[in-house]
Design a protein. Structure first.
Length: 122
């Protein structure tokens, strides 16, 4: 299901999707399976600021970073060479060997930003 999702899912969303295929699946089974997949390196687990639950995606996807919509909760992926330049600058300036970087930007997706700009009706 994560492979088909093309994005980030919570355990509850995976559970909901699993129930559509097999009503006997329990939430505990979903959590056990996620833990096993994480231990085996099949999935990555992330917790974003402002979100009180973990989200999961396939491991081994191309390097990317995240944008989190504060209104609808969507998690969007992006990549930019600016992150590589920042990492190189930190390594040079601080003498720190960076082995990984994750960036999560918070704000509003284009749809929610457009709604926020609309004047209130009434």
């Amino acid at each position: 299901m994560l492979c088909e999702a093309n994005g980030h899912l919570t355990a509850r969303e995976l559970y909901r999707r699993a129930m559509e295929q097999d009503a006997t699946v329990s939430l505990a089974t979903v959590y056990r399976t996620l833990r096993l997949f994480k231990e085996e390196g099949i999935i990555d687990e992330m917790r974003f600021c402002g979100c009180n639950c973990n989200q999961y995606e396939r491991a081994g996807t191309a390097r990317h970073h995240h944008m989190l919509c504060k209104q609808c909760g969507r998690v969007l992926e992006f990549d930019t060479p600016a992150i590589d330049r920042l990492v190189a600058e930190v390594e040079r300036g601080c003498g720190f060997k960076v082995t990984g970087a994750r960036v999560a930007l918070e704000g509003y997706c284009s749809e929610c930003a457009a709604k926020l700009k609309q004047p209130a009706e009434g």
